[in-house]
Design a protein around this ligand. Sequence first.
Ligand code: TRP
Ligand code: SF4
Length: 333
Amino acid sequence: MTKRLRVVSGMRPTGRLHLGHLKGVLENWLRLQDEHECFFFIADWHALTTEYADPAIVREATLEVALDWLAVGVDPARALIFVQSEVPAHAELHLLLSFITPLSWLERVPSYKDQIRELKGKDLGTYGFLGYPLLQTADVLIYKGEAVPVGEDQLPHIELAREIARRFNHLYGRTFPEPQALLAKATKLPGLDGRKMSKSFKNTIPLAEEWETTERKVRTMPTDPARVRRSDPGTPEKCPVWRFHEVYATEEEKAEIQKGCTTAGIGCLDCKRILLRHLEEELVPIRTRRAHWEQRPDEVREMLHEGSRRAREIAAPVLDEARARMGLAKGEA
Ligand code: TRP
Ligand code: SF4
């Protein structure tokens, strides 16, 4: 048996979640919540680092993300689910850590320059945005988190968290474990057009959507352009539908599709019907559960408040310890 680890992870509320989040992140969380002590939070402060000019987006998405989590089975009985901004200790630890963080460590985090370049419409030349990965460090250290499930793009942030923990321990005495990254064996699901599934490409299947809409989107998905007529053979590897089959289809179905596509034995609509069956099987129960919670937004908010209250209790002694290490008196909390 492996050791039960304290796992911490956050998600920025910038919109509704989609199938890419389910396959790439949330299915991994569902496994983790059974095996480890999990802290999952809605990183609304992190969302504000880029959405500060339009905070209504963050406010609305906070509830939407919570609904999506509950719909897929993230379970408040097994994991601690809460809202970052309801636990001010994250912010105070962020401040304390800022004193020992060289600017150059933040400036060299690759996502910093990349994002400034990619999100041209937004002015990200802010203090808060530079501090994004340090706030993320505080998110983890405030619970003495040992493991952080993240995608590949987040590895430099975890590396920073390890370096900061090491520096703190070196300066003030052993306080924080160095958190390790848990790289998800992420199931690579593309968007409907074969590019990365992303809201900005308008190629997503949101977790919350009418089944008829999902059906229409799949029916109109592009396929191998060589299959102009039903009688033209195709190559699955050139088709975004096939990439979905690689995630959803059984071995038998995959063999059948390979044969049917390359010999023009099946049409693209037949092929898509196989995918639709799998999607329906997965999405309908999720959407039913989501509809249940959509009717009860106050209960969902209460669940988040309760989770945040417990998170504050767990964070308080760690913050006191960090304060004491830095020569400060105990906090109020
Ligand atoms: N930066 C993470 C992302 O974009 C979100 C996040 C914020 C996070 N705080 C965290 C992830 C702490 C793990 C741990 O996905
Ligand atoms: Fe794509 Fe299936 Fe059509 Fe082949 S038969 S091109 S895999 S949709």
